[in-house]
Design a protein around this ligand. Structure first.
Ligand code: NAP
Length: 242
């Protein structure tokens, strides 16, 4: 089997959980990451232990040349059949009036520009039967008031990207979907200044608890699989009821 999936931000959190799950389906995997070499190497070792081919490529998704290099490296493993557009960031939690323009620019660059650049590489290289999954957020429809409205706005752009690309690529047999997680237990909350956010938010989540990365990975894996062969343009909420 020579099918390859590229997972951006595959060194930690939802991306790493997705890589580990996909490896059990026999997919070869190229993970991209930005700076945490040790975490990326650990994921790659776990993937190879399942018998698949796996590489980690340092690739900042904001940089078109690094994105091209990531996809070129993935091509060495086989035929590109999957992209998980996952590398994403938030910024310090706080009221909209305190938003620093530099933080806004970073959120747009990683979560929108990065997704577009990766989807463009994938769309140029993929053929019939391939699939793209974009990591959106329930924030896109909830708005994240008092936390990060700008991040929510950018995730809404992810949904629009998903819907438009799904229609544009459908005639070529390429499916495009999104998964919109709720509050998932990853490092992203510590990086936004509130490591305890998942536990504090539990009482407002209908299922009464934050999600685990593997619960999101399960949805991503399904959308990439032939079991989802008639699903395109979908935005699948994985938010415990949020
Ligand atoms: P995470 O644990 O913080 O991991 C983020 C990953 O993205 C890391 O592998 C990181 O690599 C990589 N990354 C960050 N900036 C990058 C860049 N410029 N170029 C390439 N890689 C970069 O995040 P997560 O919680 O798993 O989130 C994954 C996705 O799900 C994001 O799109 C996020 O917005 C979305 N999401 C998360 C939640 C949640 O509650 N966790 C909820 C809704 C949506 P390095 O470590 O090397 O920097």
């Amino acid at each position: 089997m020579t099918n390859v999936t590229v997972i951006t931000g595959g060194s930690r959190g939802i991306g790493a959980a997705t890589a580990r799950r996909l490896a059990h389906t026999g997919q070869h995997i190229a993970i991209g990451y930005r700076r945490d070499h040790t975490a990326a190497d650990t994921v790659v070792a776990d993937l190879r232990a399942t018998g698949v081919r796996a590489i980690a490529v340092p690739a900042d998704t904001r940089d078109p040349d690094q994105v091209t290099a990531l996809f070129d490296a993935a091509a060495e493993l086989g035929t590109l059949t999957g992209l998980v557009n996952n590398a994403g960031i938030t910024s310090p939690i706080g009221p909209f009036t305190d938003l620093d323009p530099d933080d806004l620019r970073r959120v747009i660059d990683v979560n929108l520009l990065g997704y577009v650049l990766c989807a463009q590489q994938a769309a140029r290289r993929m053929t019939d039967g391939a699939a793209i999954v974009n990591l959106s957020s329930v924030a896109a429809t909830l708005g994240s008031p008092g936390e990060y409205v700008h991040y929510a706005a950018v995730k809404a752009a992810t949904d629009a990207l998903t819907i438009g690309l799904a229609k544009e690529l459908a005639p070529r047999g390429i499916r495009v979907n999104a998964v919109a997680p709720g509050i998932i237990r990853t490092d992203i909350h510590a990086l936004s200044g509130q490591p305890d956010r998942p536990d504090r938010a539990a009482s407002r989540i209908p299922l009464g608890r934050p999600g685990e990365p593997d619960e999101v990975a399960a949805a991503v894996t399904w959308l990439l699989s032939p079991d989802a062969s008639y699903t395109t343009g979908a935005i699948l909420r994985v938010g415990g009821g949020l």
